[in-house]
Ligand binder design. Structure first.
Ligand code: PAF
Length: 274
C-alpha cells in the first residue's frame, strides 16, 4: 500500500493507474463501517484508494474539530490489512492552500434541514472537500455510508447537478454487537452514555417490527420512536422522501426515517431506508 501525502504524489499515482478506481473518503478513526465500504470498493474495482482527512470546513464553530478522534497509525494498519492500494493523507494546508476560496452551496431544500439546520454550513464544507477529492482522484465509484443519509443524498445530487461521471454507492449501516450504528463519535460515549444509547437501535427495531406487521403511516412510526425515547433529546425523528420532504406513508425505495439523538452532548444518528 502506498501512502500519499501531497497532491503532487497523488497525481503521479493517479496517472499510473487505469480507469477502474474505487474511492472511500473518510475522516479517519476507522471502524468496521469504513471497512465495509472498503470491502465493497475492493470487490468492484481494480484499485481502491482511501482518503483520511479531518475536514475543517465541515465543522461549525461550536463543534468538535480539535477533539475529533485521530489515530493515523492504526488507520494505516487497518487499510493495509483490508488490502487498500493507496491511502491519501493530506495536511489542511495541502487541501486548503488559500484562505479565500471558491465554495459550493448545496441545494437549500436538502441542506438547510435536519443536520444542516443544526450544523451551520456543514454540507457546504462536505461538498467543498469531496469535489476537490473527486477531481484529484477521478474515481469511477465512490463509497459512502447510509448512516449519514443526508450527506449521501446531497453528494448524489451534486454529482447529478454537476454532470460528474462517478457512481455514488450507498452502503448499509454497520452496527456493533449491541446494534448501535457504528460512528467515529461513539468513542465519546462513556459506559453509562453507551448503555443509554442502546435505546436508539431498540427504537429502530420496534419500527422495523411494526412495518413487518404492515404499518405504513409515518406519524405512527415516528411516534413509536418518540415514545421509546421520551427521556432523550431527540433533535429530529421524521419520515421523508429522498428530497427530504415529509410524507404521510412510507414508500419502498424512495423514503427513509431520519433520527438524531443527543446523549450527554454526543449527537448520534440512525435511520431506516425503506
Ligand atoms: O462522512 C465523512 O466521514 C465525511 O463527511 C467525508 C465524506 C469524508 C467528507 O469529509
Amino acid at each position: 500500500m502506498i501512502i500519499l501525502r501531497s497532491i503532487k504524489e497523488l497525481k503521479q499515482w493517479r496517472e499510473s493507474q487505469d480507469n477502474n478506481i474505487g474511492f472511500t473518503p473518510t475522516m479517519g478513526a476507522l471502524h468496521n463501517g469504513h471497512l465495509s465500504l472498503i470491502e465493497q470498493s475492493k470487490k468492484h474495482n481494480n484499485k481502491s484508494i482511501v482518503s483520511i482527512f479531518v475536514n475543517p470546513t465541515q465543522f461549525s464553530i461550536n463543534e468538535d474539530l480539535n477533539k475529533y478522534p485521530r489515530n493515523e497509525e492504526k488507520d494505516i494498519e487497518l487499510c493495509k490489512n483490508a488490502g487498500v492500494d493507496a491511502i491519501f493523507i493530506p495536511s489542511v494546508n495541502e487541501m486548503y492552500p488559500h484562505s479565500d476560496e471558491t465554495n459550493l452551496i448545496p441545494p437549500i431544500n436538502l441542506a438547510n434541514v435536519f443536520e444542516g439546520s443544526i450544523r451551520n454550513g456543514h454540507f457546504s464544507g462536505v461538498l467543498r472537500i469531496i469535489i476537490k477529492l473527486f477531481h484529484l482522484i477521478k474515481p469511477n465509484n465512490a463509497y459512502f455510508g447510509k448512516k449519514d443519509a443526508q450527506q449521501l443524498l446531497i453528494i448524489k445530487k451534486m454529482v447529478n447537478d454537476l454532470f460528474l461521471d462517478i457512481n455514488i454507492i450507498g452502503c448499509p449501516i454497520i452496527r456493533d454487537c449491541n446494534n448501535l450504528a457504528l460512528s467515529s463519535r461513539n468513542t465519546y460515549l462513556d459506559s453509562a452514555s453507551y448503555n443509554l444509547a442502546l435505546k436508539i437501535p431498540q427504537s429502530i427495531n420496534l419500527v422495523k417490527e411494526a412495518i413487518k406487521k404492515g404499518e405504513v403511516e409515518s406519524n405512527v412510526l415516528e411516534n413509536i420512536i418518540k415514545k421509546n425515547l421520551l427521556d432523550f433529546d431527540v433533535d429530529y425523528c421524521n419520515v421523508v422522501n429522498y428530497n427530504l420532504e415529509p410524507i404521510q406513508k412510507i414508500q419502498k425505495d424512495s423514503s427513509l426515517l431520519l433520527l438524531a439523538v443527543r446523549i450527554n452532548n454526543v449527537r448520534l444518528l440512525d435511520n431506516i431506508w425503506f
